[in-house]
Design a protein around this ligand. Sequence first.
Ligand SMILES: [Zn+2]
Length: 296
Amino acid sequence: MIIDIHQHITYAKYPQFSKLVAHGSFTAKDLLKDMDKWGIDKSVILPLTNPDNIDYFGVTGNQETITECQKHSDRLIPFCNIDPRSIMNNPKADFSGLMKLFKDLGCKGIGEVCANMPVTNPLYKNLFYHAGEQKMPILFHLSPKKGGLYGMIDKPGLPGLEEVLKEFPKTIFIGHAPSFWNSNDADVITPKDRNGYPKGPIKNKGRLWTLMETYPNLYGDFSAGSGHNALTRDPEKGIEFLKKFNKKIFFGTDMFMKKKNPPEHLPMMQNALKEKKISKTVYENIMHKNFERVFK
Ligand SMILES: [Zn+2]
């Protein structure tokens, strides 16, 4: 069983908007074809609802995501997404009512959260509070700075993330994107490097190791080039990370495009298992068991 926690689709009914997405049209049908090709059993579909996101107009929002997932409920799992500025741009906005509506429609979590505001902004804290109350895990994109980017903003060493992990212990946070994964290296400091794909061995372990170890409510989604790069640039430390946090990492691809080759995350995991670098238990936890446990 393989569950991909990070996918997006474009509007089947309005293909003209998919021109705004870098990879072009990628409907639920295209995704299902790819999943069959690569042996992926289930995928989580993440709506994009933050206008900061580059693919905001091209990738499905909440309602279309739910509609498509209902048509293929054996394979596709919907998340919902709520911009923290929704309902009057108010840090006291009652998101629980909205979350309950989405839960009734089958949504299992919230994301991909991409609003380009500091992670400790009161509007974000309000979203995290309600997500904890409603038991809706938050999957977020992390960014190094304001403007020209999308994603929650935090400083090197992730002090803001640590603050909210402590303040909202009932809320499950699932990190993603370069600025999250590059925090596995203490020497990646500048915004440019934090948003990039650093190469070579990791000399000093970054704060991500400590946060993953300290906070039971922090998880990671290793999708996209960022997660793959962070776990393969230093093969030894990558395997160490996968083993150490095997109960806190989700398999994900974020590869919404019609690809000739399987997403690189698949051979990464399959080869690690074949070469006995990770055990069958570690493999299965990451590929599906963590998802089944956290999202039961
Ligand atoms: Zn994504």
